[in-house]
Design a protein around this ligand. Structure first.
Ligand SMILES: Nc1ncnc2c1ncn2[C@@H]1O[C@H](COP(=O)(O)OP(=O)(O)OP(=O)(O)O)[C@@H](O)[C@H]1O
Ligand SMILES: [Zn+2]
Length: 603
């Protein structure tokens, strides 16, 4: 068993390993591998935090978990499985979110290294801030299919996770989703929005009713589609509750009445196939040849495209289940692994696809699109986790310079190398609004329209990743937002200008948990076009200067961030051949024009 530390590990790391304390955040695909590696290489003091329970879909790659563990907390089972193999490890498990205020800066200070094995930006941003505040090195990692990345984040030595703006997540224009879907994914996004409208958290951006403001829908010489036709729904959820979630009424509303209304927006259908409204009565009759098949087989349920009649059945069943699940709660959170939630989306997406003459999909295909699933590859997770622990050795051996960012790519015809590393540590962005000495951002908002609550939720929490901000108007010392419950609630519905926040105001925004203080300069901005954002955040003063040559009337530039569908990784372009060096030397071209910045890592 593992009481000795492998000799292949650097001598100074070998010395440090037994007394080092390590935190692993996330016990999923990479986290399980990291835990196994830590235990096998002699680490004796490990803590692990994960908020989730084990799903059957985790078992093909998260090897610390077995069938009998399904439904149990990941962190707890991961600990038990490690102890079975190596009882000498002291390992503490937390079944909890790392965002909880129980894990403050002092919690993070206990560790020599923190290893991230997460799957979302919110948690990554938060751990980034906590490690900067506690001054503990963080090894950040992620995989996406066959690609992966490991990056060291160390205060004063490297860039932080938030130094560069991340590309926005791919989204579709609202009118495509609400009025003119043309691909299966549009129907799937709409179905997820419908789930949220009926059972989830209220989000006005996820309206599912016909969009009467669609510029394309406006008739020649007419400014707006008649108000009387505009479908007034004070709250879809409230209405659904009032009709006791009657499946037939809901179906007729969304798939018959709303579609008829869309048809009345004639301009939309001049060059498109018009949708065909579908009533419940018609839908139940659209039976498919496969409906008689064994409905309990996984193949029938998951891999086959359901008939419309089957969709109506599943629609009704899932609604009744979700209605029960909602009891006693304010809202449900959509989860691809929650059966009724996934069934509901499959049924709705397919009915809508049928109405718009779009190809229907199986539950399995819809799950992969709806969950943005890029297949998780066990070997990619294993390689990345190996590198994470290798970097942990180097950090303990105080060889930080030997931990440049390293990238895993799928082996291709162009190169036999699957790993490439930056030549050196990536320096911090001096304008980073997280890790620079005096974090500062310019914020462009309409002070006469944005409420204090929106400022807190949309801007400070969702965009700037604060957890519990306190905000003071600098010049006047007015408390705008307090993290103490009840202290500033009276401000919530006021617009910013009501509190004296105007163009040029400076706000001090403080997050006690993250030990983070941000200065926010307010710039008055009015959205002109329909698609103009509600607000903008500009951290880099160069972006402000650049916009002057390209300034719109409203004073905001057309700054565009690079596009990528990938949530977890930097954009890695294809491996390219270096024309200077011939075919024997092929280099990986990253997000840089200079091939000199990276080196191949032979295996
Ligand atoms: N805020 C958080 N606090 C603690 N753990 C988190 C937090 N956010 C995400 N995690 C955990 O990070 C892990 C990421 O692992 P992974 O990417 O393999 O995801 P998964 O949920 O196991 O698999 P999949 O998403 O592919 O079904 C998950 O176990 C998840 O519960
Ligand atoms: Zn930074």
């Amino acid at each position: 068993m593992v009481n000795s530390i492998p000799y292949s590990i650097d001598a100074s790391a070998r010395e440090a390993i037994p007394t080092s304390k390590v935190l692993v955040v996330g016990a999923g695909g990479i986290g399980c591998e990291i835990l196994k590696n830590l235990s096998l290489s002699g680490f004796r003091d490990i803590e692990i935090i994960d908020l989730d329970t084990i799903d059957v879909s985790n078992l093909n790659r998260q090897f610390l978990f077995r069938k009998e563990h399904v439904g149990k907390p990941k962190a707890v089972v991961a600990r038990e499985s490690i102890l079975v193999h190596n009882p000498d490890v002291k390992i503490k498990a937390y079944h909890d979110s790392v965002l909880s205020s129980d894990y403050g800066v002092n919690f993070f200070k206990k560790f020599n290294i923190v290893l991230n094995a997460l799957d979302n930006r919110t948690a990554r941003n938060h751990v980034n801030r906590m490690c900067l505040a506690a001054d503990v090195p963080l090894i950040e990692s992620g995989t996406s299919g066959y690609s992966g990345q490991v990056e060291l984040i160390k205060k004063g030595a490297t860039q932080c996770y938030e130094c560069l703006p991340k590309p926005p997540q791919k989204s579709f224009p609202g009118c495509t989703i609400r009025n003119t879907p043309s691909e299966p994914v549009h129907c799937i996004v709409w179905a997820k929005h419908l789930f949220n409208q009926l059972f989830g958290e209220d989000d006005p951006d996820q309206d599912v009713s016909p969009d009467t403001e669609d510029p394309e829908a406006k008739l020649d010489g007419q400014n707006s589609v008649t108000e009387s036709g505009n479908i007034k729904r004070v709250s879809t959820k409230q209405w659904a509750q009032d009709i006791q979630y009657d499946a037939e009424k809901l179906f007729n509303k969304f798939f018959n009445d709303d579609i008829k209304y869309l048809l009345s927006m004639e301009n939309l259908w001049k060059k498109r196939t018009p949708p065909k409204p579908l009533s419940w009565e018609q839908a139940v009759k659209v039976v498919g040849a496969k409906d008689e098949n064994d409905e309990t087989s996984v193949r029938a349920v998951d891999m086959e495209v359901w008939s419309i009649s089957k969709c109506t059945k599943v629609f009704a069943e899932s609604i009744s289940q979700l209605r029960n699940d909602l009891e006693g709660k304010t809202f449900l959170v959509w989860d691809k692994d929650d059966k009724p939630a996934m069934d509901f989306v499959t049924a709705c997406a397919n009915v809508r696809a049928n109405i718009f003459s779009i190809q229907q999909k199986s539950r399995f295909q819809i799950k992969s699109i709806a969950g943005n699933i890029i297949p998780a590859i066990a070997t990619a997770n294993a390689m990345i986790a190996g590198l994470v622990v290798l970097y942990a050795f180097r950090i303990l051996a105080e060889k930080v310079q030997q931990c440049p960012s390293i990238y895993l790519r799928q082996k291709s015809v162009h190169s036999k190398f699957v790993l490439a590393a930056d030549r050196q540590l990536t320096k911090a962005n001096p304008n980073c609004y997280v890790c620079s000495a005096k974090p500062f951002v310019n914020v462009f908002v309409n002070v006469n329209k944005m409420t204090v609550k929106e400022f807190e939720t949309e801007l400070l929490k969702k965009h700037l990743n604060m957890v519990a901000p306190d905000v003071v108007l600098d010049a006047k010392g007015v408390m705008v937002i307090s993290s103490e419950e009840g202290e500033t609630e009276a401000n919530n519905d006021k617009v910013l200008s009501d509190l004296g926040i105007v163009d040029g105001s400076i706000l001090k925004c403080d997050d006690f948990l993250q030990n983070y203080e941000l200065t926010v300069a307010i710039n008055q901005y009015e959205a002109v076009e329909k698609d103009d954002p509600f607000f903008k955040v500009v951290a880099n003063p160069d972006e402000l200067k650049a916009k002057e040559s390209n300034t719109k009337e409203n004073g905001v530039s057309d700054h565009k961030e690079p596009e990528s569908e990938d949530d977890d990784l930097l954009v890695l372009d294809d491996i390219v051949e270096d024309p200077q060096e011939g075919s024997s030397s092929k280099k990986r071209k990253l997000n840089t024009d200079s091939d000199d910045d990276i080196v191949e890592v032979p295996l």
